[in-house]
Design a protein around this ligand. Structure first.
Ligand code: GRF
Length: 217
């Protein structure tokens, strides 16, 4: 049976699109049950509607507290009983209760080589630090921001003439490769999460996850 997934977004949804495309091409055995956004104008909602995926807009501004919003969000996700919750550019800090509820079942993609550059403006920060490489990480979500167990990282060289926009483009290309790949491993039951540790094909992954290369499948 296909892996059932709920995707959370706040913006463009290009990572969501990569999942939709790979699923339509038969490369990824997932069933995207719903896409939920906290922003009404998120383009990802249009992408979902074009693919006949049910969408929900839950405005965090309608809730008096972070707890109240997260609890509404949790209920909306639980309605679908998904195997996996995928954060794809969902720009909210989550409560500990919410993250505990989905422990081991919720992924995030973060545009840096974690543990470097948690939080925002990662591309500019990597340039400002004169780093030679930059990249992206996929990790399980824990209560602490961008700090859950890392599954995979993909890196790209920072060239002298790179700016935050050009670097973001390079990183996005990598994102669209590694996010579907990780979700494929989960759908094939090759990836397991146990108390903050990640196993791929029964092998314990290092703290920074596996390094992406073209041959991984
Ligand atoms: C990506 O850069 C991702 O790493 C970050 O948010 C961005 C989402 O992009 N978490 P998109 O909405 O999938 O195009």
């Amino acid at each position: 049976m296909s892996l059932s997934v709920v995707v959370l977004i706040s913006g463009s949804g290009s990572n969501l699109q990569a999942l939709i495309d790979q699923s339509l091409e038969g490369k990824l055995d997932i069933d995207i049950k719903a896409v939920i956004s906290n922003k009404a104008d998120a383009f990802g909602l249009t992408r979902a509607q074009q693919a006949d995926i049910p969408t929900h807009f839950i405005n965090h501004k309608d809730f008096p507290t972070r707890d109240a919003f997260d609890s509404k969000l949790q209920n909306a996700i639980d309605e679908y009983q998904p195997d996996l919750v995928v954060l794809a550019g969902f720009m909210r800090i989550l409560t500990e209760e919410f993250t505990r509820h989905f422990e081991g079942k919720m992924l995030n993609i973060h545009p840096s080589l974690l543990p470097k550059y948690k939080g925002l403006n990662t591309h500019q920060r990597a340039i400002d630090a004169n780093d030679h490489e930059h990249g992206v990480s996929v990790h399980f979500v824990s209560a602490e921001l961008d700090a859950g167990a890392v599954i995979i990282q993909a890196a790209t060289k920072i060239d002298k003439d790179d700016n935050a926009d050009s670097l973001a483009k390079k990183v996005h290309t990598l994102e669209h490769k590694i996010y579907p790949l990780v979700i494929k491993w989960i759908s094939e039951k090759r990836l397991a999460y146990k108390s903050g540790k990640v196993m791929l094909d029964s092998e314990l992954l290092p703290e920074t996850g596996i390094r992406y290369n073209q041959d991984l499948n």
